[in-house]
Design a protein around this ligand. Structure first.
Ligand code: HEM
Length: 508
């Protein structure tokens, strides 16, 4: 009998707790939506129908007003729908929203302390230290390495295409291979050729990172929504294959470089400079990293691995998807395609017939294409912050409480007709000086404010390089039927459900 009473008491307690949790926004006086127990707005994600970013996009489209309270499973979070308010949160009022609130444990688990997750002054210090790695001078020095990967892309495409006539090429996979090799070489300093050798170590690790197993989903969700729980998992010694493999690879490469005084022009070299000399040189011609003060190791090997892992995660899908979606759009927009090809041709001609770093910078129309792709297909479909100090929403009586997760739907704003006229049409002209026809505050494909993407310049160079290689060596065929990409139900980044098919032929 006592068992039945206990059961009834437990069920009642759970019921009251859930009702209380899912009435948070009502109690705070905020407009809200999607209070479905137990997944809230993530119900479609739990059923495997939508990715996280697309579930938030659905909510963006189904609601009105500048803010909407929602539930990310049991966690109340706030969706910001108004572009100006989003801009204020990211820029003007950054001091109340300076962290992302995801799992990080700098002291006990330094590999978790990537720039994306770090908080407060630790983030600020690391951001200041890493910034000199992303200057245009450093990127220019690394360009030769990227260019070699671009040549492998061209060689591989040549093996896929028939001598005459065209072939439909699946670009998602192709550009993912390009992006993996770009990261392996410019960030980790590894000489891999994933086009020729699909079994290389780096590609193996990258496949581990991009799996979608039950364990990966649980750990991803806990890192993002329940950082306290993730801390427990880590303390209990529940290891993740991909992180362990990356730790090992990074440690091995650091040892190899330090023991043999190897100097290469890549991100790892700059992190070694930071480790051994306390800072990254602002002189773009200095790449050596030997110890300046006896025994100085200002960054542990795990902390280095944490940054490398993050650069991989942040740069891989973003580069691959932005490149493939651009070619997909160009294949449907003959005028834009013709202008992009001409732009590439002229820029190469102006730079002594070479596709070098300066030529890439010179391709203004191609840049506008990349910006338009990044609008219609923001590689990261959401931005997130956590409220770090109670915040009064301007022109309202609403107060966002410290500890509240904030989500901005980038794809929602970027495809909102109120901000971008005719949002589904592909118009690179929007970004050419005289033509800006959109609300600037709503456009933030690389984020905004002090925590915007530190690798934006690098990402754009690598995307433009792949595009310029394809446009100058092959013909992208125009398709007559208009198609829209369907997005898949997995992943943090915006991914096409099937492939990204584009018809390509050799230049005769
Ligand atoms: C087309 C390519 C890329 C796109 C579209 C992109 C987009 C973004 C976005 C939207 C954010 C969040 C910004 C915010 O919250 O305000 C971000 C952050 C970040 N990205 Fe990128 N990214 C790209 C390439 C790269 C590359 C190549 C790297 C590094 C090698 C990189 C490193 C980072 C880092 C470290 C952060 C966190 C910055 C911080 O918290 O201080 N990204 N990126």
């Amino acid at each position: 009998m006592i068992g039945i009473y206990l059961l009834i008491a437990a069920v009642t307690l759970i019921y009251v707790y859930l009702k209380w949790t899912f009435s948070y926004w009502e109690r705070k006086g905020f407009p809200s939506a999607g209070a479905r127990i137990p997944f809230g707005v993530l119900e479609s994600v739990s059923k495997g129908k939508r990715s996280f970013g697309m579930a938030i996009y659905d909510l963006y489209n189904a609601t009105k007003g500048s803010v909407v309270g929602m539930y990310l499973t049991l966690r109340p979070a706030l969706l910001i729908r108004d572009a100006q308010l989003a801009h204020d949160v990211l820029v003007k009022d950054f001091s109340s929203f300076h962290d992302r609130g995801v799992y990080v444990d700098e002291e006990n688990d330094p590999i978790s302390a990537g720039l994306f997750s770090l908080e407060g002054s630790s983030w600020k210090n690391m951001r200041t230290k890493l910034s000199p790695s992303f200057t245009s001078g450093k990127l220019k020095a690394m360009f030769e390495t990227s260019d070699a990967v671009g040549d492998k892309l061209v060689a591989h495409l040549n093996t896929l295409l028939p001598q005459s006539g065209s072939k439909e090429v699946e670009l998602k996979e192709l550009m993912a291979t390009y992006a993996v090799d770009i990261i392996a070489s410019t960030i980790f300093g590894l000489d891999v050729d994933s086009f020729a050798d699909p079994n290389n170590v780096f590609l193996g690790i990258s496949k581990k990172i991009n799996r979608n197993t039950f364990t990966d989903v649980v750990r991803g969700t806990s890192s993002f929504l329940y950082p306290g729980l993730e801390k427990i998992f880590v303390r209990l010694g529940w290891k993740q294959d991909a992180i362990e493999a990356m730790r090992e690879l990074s440690s091995h490469t650091v040892d190899l470089r330090e023991k043999n005084n190897i100097v290469r022009k890549d991100m790892l070299q700059l992190l070694l400079q930071l480790r051994n000399q306390g800072k990254i040189s602002t002189d773009d011609s200095v790449w050596t990293a030997e110890n300046s003060k006896q025994g100085l190791k200002s960054m542990s090997k795990d902390l280095i691995a944490g940054q490398l892992l993050l650069f991989y995660a942040a740069g891989f899908e973003t580069t691959a998807s932005t490149t493939s979606f651009t070619l997909f759009e160009l294949s449907q927009n003959p005028e834009a395609l013709a202008k992009a090809k001409e732009d590439v041709r002229e820029a190469i001609e102006r730079n002594g017939g070479k596709l070098n770093y300066d030529a890439i910078q010179d391709m203004k129309y191609l840049e506008a294409c990349v910006l338009e792709t990044a609008r219609k297909y923001p590689a990261l479909p959401i931005l997130n912050r956590i409220c770090t100090e109670d915040y009064a929403v301007p022109d309202s009586k609403l107060v966002i409480q410290k500890g509240t997760p904030i989500v901005i739907s980038l794809i929602g704003m970027h495809r909102d007709g109120e901000y971008f006229p005719d949002p589904l049409s592909y118009q690179p002209e929007r970004y050419l000086d005289e033509n800006k026809d959109f609300k600037q505050a709503a456009y933030m494909p690389f984020g905004e404010g002090p925590r915007h993407c530190i690798g934006a310049r690098m990402g754009k160079v690598n995307v433009k390089l792949a595009l310029a290689k394809v446009l100058s060596n092959f013909n992208v065929e125009i398709t007559s039927e208009k198609r829209e990409i369907e997005f898949g139900p997995h992943g943090v980044t915006l991914m096409a459900a099937g492939g990204v098919p584009v018809r390509i032929s050799r230049k005769q």
